[in-house]
Design a protein around this ligand. Structure first.
Ligand SMILES: Cc1ncc(COP(=O)(O)O)c(C=O)c1O
Length: 345
């Protein structure tokens, strides 16, 4: 990896961040007249901890990662945007990502006037490290990978990811939004060996808390410090910090629900195999399945009429004819299967 200083945009490196009242005083006090808050309506009259220390300590204990390696934000979407803003000079730099994949890498890049170069996955939606490295030029600052990948559902080959980490001098983001559903361990184990690695995770999927917006980025303390410098001062609300602490104290319950979802996934897969218009079911390491059907648009429209919404991926490169089905409760999955069984186009 190049020096962090040479990768970060010069204006960001030199930036003096906003210092909030809650940044400047730590410790015990009984009278807080420093932040122009309303003295009434405790506790939500008070600004939250800008650095989310208690929450990071909980995440640290749970994942065995030191707090200085952890960033928390308003969903992983915030971290995606911040990484692009920190490293990519608008109008000059680019990111490289895989396609098909999660659409926000491209949207966040374009929002920041940064080009997004998309490299098609190989057959079987496999990652080809060489194809990614070949797409890199002198203005590529960040490579975005997603494993398990959305919408294909598969884990990317770890050796190929390591090759990219080894031979690319910039930042490599591996989005692990769905890692808890997968059989493989998180790449966070590799953080110490790869100073250019950023791993994204979220409470939105396996932890069942998409509504509170809590995403995590794990990276070297230098990268985390850069993200903290450019985030909004109070990027995670007090309500979210409190609820996240509560969610993270229920790991056992999360794991039980997770195995129910995985069990349902295999029941849904088996049932889908029986349907004549289902052409292909892609193997999934996530809580959704990508399914190729005879007519994706007609299937989608029919399901909408039945009050069942799936994701039509028909217009996405390499996903022609595909719909993406999220695994729901047994009742929801049965409703889907019942509707599909009686479908006449
Ligand atoms: C791969 C991937 N990354 C990130 C996200 C968004 O995560 P968050 O809710 O933490 O912003 C999603 C949501 O669907 C996703 O599929």
């Amino acid at each position: 990896m190049k020096n962090l200083k040479d990768l970060v945009r010069p204006n960001i490196w030199d930036l003096k961040p906003y210092s909030s009242a809650r940044d400047e005083f730590h410790g015990e006090a009984s009278v807080f007249l420093d932040a122009n808050e309303n003295p009434y309506y405790e506790p939500y009259n008070r600004y939250p901890d800008p650095m989310q220390r208690e929450l990071k300590n909980r995440i640290s204990a749970l994942k065995d990662i030191a707090p200085e390696y952890i960033f928390t934000g308003n969903g992983s979407d915030e971290a995606i945007d911040l990484v692009i803003r920190a490293f990519c000079e608008p109008g000059i730099d680019n990111i490289v990502t895989i396609t098909p994949s999660y659409g926000m890498y491209e949207v966040a890049a374009n929002t920041n006037h940064v080009t997004c170069v998309k490299v098609e996955l190989a057959s079987g939606f496999k990652l080809n490290a060489q194809a990614i490295l070949d797409a890199v030029d002198s203005h590529t600052k960040v490579i975005f990978l997603c494993s398990p990948n959305n919408p294909t559902g598969n884990l990317l080959n770890r050796e190929e990811i390591y090759r990219i980490l080894k031979y690319f001098g910039g930042i490599v983001v591996v989005d692990e939004a769905y890692i808890d559903f997968a059989s493989s361990l998180s790449l966070t184990r590799g953080l110490v060996g790869f100073p250019n690695l950023v791993v994204l995770q979220t409470l939105s999927k396996a932890w069942g808390a998409a509504g509170i917006r809590l995403g995590m980025a794990f990276a070297s303390p230098g990268i985390i410090a850069v993200l903290n410098k450019i985030k909004y001062p109070y990027n995670v609300s007090r309500l979210t910090q409190e609820y996240a602490l509560d969610v993270l104290s229920r790991e056992e319950g999360m794991k039980n629900k997770l195995s129910e979802i995985l069990n349902e996934r295999s029941l849904v897969e088996t049932a889908l195999h029986e349907l004549p218009f289902v052409k292909q079911i892609y193997p999934s390491d996530a809580n959704f399945i990508l399914v190729r059907v005879e007519d994706a648009n007609a299937t989608y429209d029919y399901l909408v009429k039945q009050g069942i919404i799936v994701r039509n991926r028909n217009t996405i490169a390499l996903c022609e004819g595909c719909i993406r089905i999220t695994i729901g409760t047994p009742e929801e999955n049965n409703a889907l299967l019942k509707a599909l069984n009686t479908m006449t186009l």
